[in-house]
Design a protein around this ligand. Sequence first.
Ligand SMILES: CN1c2c(nc(N)[nH]c2=O)NC[C@@H]1CNc1ccc(C(=O)N[C@@H](CCC(=O)N[C@@H](CCC(=O)N[C@@H](CCC(=O)O)C(=O)O)C(=O)O)C(=O)O)cc1
Ligand code: HCS
Ligand code: ZN
Length: 761
Amino acid sequence: MGAQRELKQALERHWRGELSPAELETQGQRLRVRHWELQRDHGLASVAVGDFAFYDQVANHIQLLGCEPARFGFSGDEPELARYFAMARGVAAAHAHDEACCCGAASPAAGQPALEMTKWFDTNYHYLVPEFDAQTRFRLNAGRLLAEVAEAQALGHEARPVLIGPLSFLWLGKAKAEGLDKLDLLDDLLPVYRELLVQLAAAGVQWVQVDEPILGLDLPGAWALAFERSYNALHNCGVSLLLATYFSPLEDHLSLACKLPVAGLHVDAVRAGHELQAVLDWLPPQRVLSIGIVDGRNIWRTDLDRAFALLRPALARRGGELWIAPSCSLLHVPVSLAHDAALDAELRSWLAGATEKLAELRVIQRALNEGETAVRAELFAARAAVASRAASPRVRRPAVGERLAQLPAHADRRASAFAQRQPLQRERLRLPPFPTTTIGSFPQTAEIRAARAAFKRGQLDQPAYEAAMQQEIALAVARQEALGLDVLVHGEAERNDMVEYFGEQLHGFAFTANGWVQSYGSRCVKPPVLFGDVARPQAMTVGWTTYAQSLTKKPMKGMLTGPITILQWSFVRDDQPRADTALQIALAMRDEAADLEAAGIAVIQIDEPAIREGLPLRRAQQPAYLKWAARAFRVSASGVADATQIHTHMCYSEFNDILPDIAAMDADVITIETSRSDMALLRGFGDFRYPNEIGPGVYDIHSPRVPTTAEMLRLLRKAAEVIPPEQLWVNPDCGLKTRGWPETEAALRHMVAAARELRVR
Ligand SMILES: CN1c2c(nc(N)[nH]c2=O)NC[C@@H]1CNc1ccc(C(=O)N[C@@H](CCC(=O)N[C@@H](CCC(=O)N[C@@H](CCC(=O)O)C(=O)O)C(=O)O)C(=O)O)cc1
Ligand SMILES: N[C@@H](CCS)C(=O)O
Ligand SMILES: [Zn+2]
């Protein structure tokens, strides 16, 4: 994105028609040049090329491999960038082709929704999902990649193109045709990769990095078997292949990964350091071993002594030949934290953004090659920082530990079972059948963000800022009243983000001024830094929620973010188990829920959209995670009386494989993203006989398109086939913060009409 989110600004200006395609390309080139310089200046032997994307690297591969889905109807004459954004963002049905329009006049893609987005492994980054059907054919379209290689070479860099490997690419895509086995496409795909490698060799490239992160998953046998065949086919193309794995241990794929006919293997020694010995045993001596020693997923400064303890024996085993690298792409950490204005000097000294991680690699390299005296000052600073963090009184709050130690065994249980709670809640809330609600956020308008930016800059004082936010809340309440929704929300205007907002108010968290990380496309998040024991100094949401409740007689839903989502979307301390940290957050949120209840709030939603994302990639580790994650949620939700209704909300994931664990969370109501799968997800809930109430999302909030009442009614009736109607709620898929008010109001009007129609029927 760039240190100042330059790419975000450029993209959004381009989409508004304020920046031409050529100007956007220039901005992209500026960023690549800067990031390559950064790599060279920190002594990296080669620079990564092809990891720059205007939206997403998987989407780049869709064009590179010539498999744009036929449904977009591209003729091929449209500019490549216009096709790219059409796939990434979808194309409105009634598209106004003004002068700034860059989608190609009579676009055949009109009315096409964007490619689906889904989470990249266990990260908070979303990639665009390739679509495959029986007609899918691949064709090399390497112009952009080759141009970037030439660009890097012209600047004197050793260019190392980074590709997503053929098997991971197929695995990450979606079969759109019934019965299609994606693996059947491999034979058509491999020659395209081969041709690409030959062209890269001709361009003077020596090393190509081929990422196969799926080697860290439990793969069906046929997929594992396909690796040997694939890499035999990619062998001898004139380049050396570095097969890169990350995020997860190789386990049963370890010997396979070590014997594939490639020139080198990269392993993630942060997530799978325990496997290094086995890799050293298995990897033939003529292969290069690249050890991912610096954590690409977190922002803690590397404990260099721990790194040396791993690297020195490995170096000896490899006869002095070793590559060192970050564990994975640095996409998941901020560009730099070294000068972040919101962090104090002590905290900054504990952290490493992407730039600082490159510097760490350099120090490790020199210490190993030249001896520790060559980098004495750097090692002294690094050791002092690690020691200061370990000993810091800021990290520990004895009262938090004591409270956890004394937590009663029943703290994760509501007083009564759902069957007893439900009538009490019905009596209290008196809602109609098929109650309507929304997920929490309403449009974060430019005015809201500008007011907050002015407040943060000190140009707007606290009373004026609070008055501005109250005005937004009042507007949201009035609009919901007018629409006739049953359970209202305050709209989250005062929140910069559903996680950062809580991180800013809890002890144990620090927040950054500029620690942005890409979430998808141009959208970014600023994950808070969870460095110490978590405690809640005071109520965080009660003032805003009670203000909103004072404006209406309808129930106002309190809105909290759950412990697992806060954990998952923060940079989390690595000096204690994540389960313990989750429980600390859960206690803080439990207190907040109790305060909301004491203030008269009858419905409280505790969002857990990231619960599935936190699932370990290896099946063997999943049950333990699900157990502590569900317990942490229940601890946050179980401090309230039976008559208080607890909602939770989940989105961005497939949930069918964790349904029993979702049920074990025991929320009274779950609202869940389902519209994009045409309610297919609900079948699992029905088959499983999910015991509590459910609000399946009836429209996709990712698009400005306003669905009709009939469309939503159809989805609801489909839902009612599998879920008992008396258990059903009516709501959108997720929050509405990225939408504008006009489409939000129109869609909700149709949604309320659909619920009313259903009641009549
Ligand atoms: C539900 N989602 C979330 C995920 N992770 C989170 N941590 N939070 C989430 O909500 N993961 C899964 C999904 C991902 N979805 C989204 C959706 C939308 C965004 C998004 O819109 N991000 C914003 C940044 C949000 C934010 O922090 N806003 C701040 C700062 C705003 C800002 O940039 N201000 C400008 C000045 C503006 C002005 O002067 O007018 C500045 O500082 O320069 C705020 O509101 O105060 C984005 O813009 O990318 C993310 C994930
Ligand atoms: N309450 C949040 C949930 C997003 S997953 C929102 O509505 O934005
Ligand atoms: Zn959501």
